[in-house]
Structure formats: structure tokens, C-alpha cells
Design a protein around this ligand. Structure first.
Ligand code: AMP
Length: 219
């Protein structure tokens, strides 16, 4: 089963992806994580991506498509499926994804939109931090680790915050989402694969709704 998780920054796509990895054994493919890794290691992709990411803009398609194509094609045959988190982010990217999947004989089974209003997103993003080891997402306001300073999922004691989670960049990322990414909702609605989930509900309730939807999709 291959899934696209759509939604604005801070909607909870990362949190839900980790749940889907653990529960459905799908592999999370986050273009944001891949690009942050490229920036951190100073690779040629990272050198190009850095200024776009710092400004909250989309990294050029040729760069992102290269990164995601490689990741999809590198998945071992026995993988149960993948979750695209952060890709596609525009209608042109969705067209490129369709072509790529056609070429390698795969398809998307479901598109889940995690829907959250802008004012809530800004607060969520300002409190967000992740486990430095497994990427589990926590929040100063909504979800602290059960034991202070220890990741609930893997037990690591190192955490990190994203440099683009600052108010100016967040505002720009929301503009980009509304202008370029939101039109994907109609794109996938027309394909009959879309399910919109209220991302303002409690994390456990969002998980439950995704679970119900995917359970029905699998049958
Ligand atoms: P994310 O972690 O998904 O919020 O992505 C962080 C940043 O990485 C975005 O603000 C963009 O600069 C860049 N990025 C991630 N995915 C894409 C994509 N599909 N297309 C273009 N830029 C992307």
C-alpha cells in the first residue's frame, strides 16, 4: 500500500507517518528530511537546497524529483509500501510522480489530507521538536516526552529543532502551501483517492481515523 500524506506544515504529517511506519510497516519518505540531511552533509543537493529551505520556498523540481525518485527506486522489493510525506507539493510535481510510478509499475492507493487551520499551525510549529535519533515528533505545548528528556519511541536523549520553524519562514511556508500545494486536493479528488481528516483533533483520534480509512482501503 502506497500513500500520500498531504497537509500544511505543522499539520502532523511527520507524527502520523511514524505511526504508519510502526503500525502498517510502511516506509516514510520525507523529502524535507532528505533535503535537511543533504544540507547537513553539504552534498551538492544540499548546497542548492539550503537557501530555498531557509526562505521557506520550494526547492526546484529537478532537485527534489531526483531525491525522491532515487529513494522510491531504492526501496527493497519486500517493502510493504511507502508514505510520501512532503511530496508532491505542487500539481507539476504530482504529474512527474504519476510518470515515475507508471515507469516502475507502482501506484498510489490513497491520499490523506491532514487538515488544520493556519492560526493553530503557527503555535504548533513554534513548539515543535523531534528526537535526534528516530525522528519522533514532540511539542512544548501539546506533547512532551512521557519521561522528561527521553524519547518515548526509541529511548534516545538527544532532540533537535528545525531552523526553518521560525515565525517569518513559517509564514512564507504557509503562503507556499496555499498557493502551490493546496490545488493538489482537487487533483487527487478528481482521481477518487482523497480522504480529508480533521488534523485539529487529538493525535490519537487522528491516528484512529487514518487507521479506519486505510483498513477500508486495504480490503
Ligand atoms: P518539510 O519538512 O516537508 O516541511 O520541508 C521543509 C522544506 O524542504 C520546505 O519548506 C521546502 O523548502 C523543502 N521541500 C520539502 N519537500 C519539498 C518538495 N516536494 N518540493 C520542494 N521543496 C520541498
Amino acid at each position: 500500500m502506497n500513500i500520500i500524506l498531504l497537509g500544511p506544515p505543522g499539520a502532523g504529517k511527520g507524527t502520523q507517518s511514524k505511526y504508519l511506519e510502526d503500525h502498517f510497516h510502511l516506509k516514510q519518505l520525507s523529502t524535507g528530511d532528505m533535503l535537511r540531511h543533504a544540507v547537513a552533509t553539504g552534498s551538492p543537493v544540499g548546497v542548492v537546497a539550503k537557501s530555498f529551505m531557509e526562505g521557506g520556498k520550494l526547492v526546484p523540481d529537478d532537485v527534489v524529483v531526483g531525491v525522491i525518485s532515487e529513494a522510491i527506486e531504492a526501496l527493497p522489493k519486500e517493502t510493504a509500501g511507502f508514505i510520501l510525506d512532503g511530496f508532491p507539493r505542487s500539481v507539476p510535481q504530482a504529474g512527474i510522480l504519476d510518470q515515475l510510478l507508471d515507469r516502475i509499475g507502482k501506484n498510489i492507493d490513497a491520499v490523506i489530507v491532514v487538515d488544520v487551520k493556519d492560526d493553530i499551525l503557527v503555535k504548533r510549529i513554534s513548539g515543535r521538536f523531534t528526537c535526534g535519533s528516530c525522528g519522533e515528533v514532540f511539542n512544548d505545548f501539546f506533547r512532551l516526552p512521557k519521561t522528561e528528556g527521553v524519547c518515548d519511541r526509541c529511548g534516545s536523549t538527544s532532540f533537535k529543532r528545525r531552523s526553518d520553524d521560525n515565525p517569518d519562514t513559517v509564514r512564507e511556508r504557509l503562503v507556499v502551501y496555499h498557493e502551490q500545494t493546496k490545488p493538489l486536493i482537487d487533483y487527487y479528488k478528481a482521481k477518487g483517492k482523497l480522504n480529508i481528516i480533521d488534523g485539529e483533533a487529538a493525535i490519537e483520534d487522528v491516528k484512529e481515523r487514518i487507521n479506519e480509512f486505510l483498513g477500508a482501503t486495504r480490503q
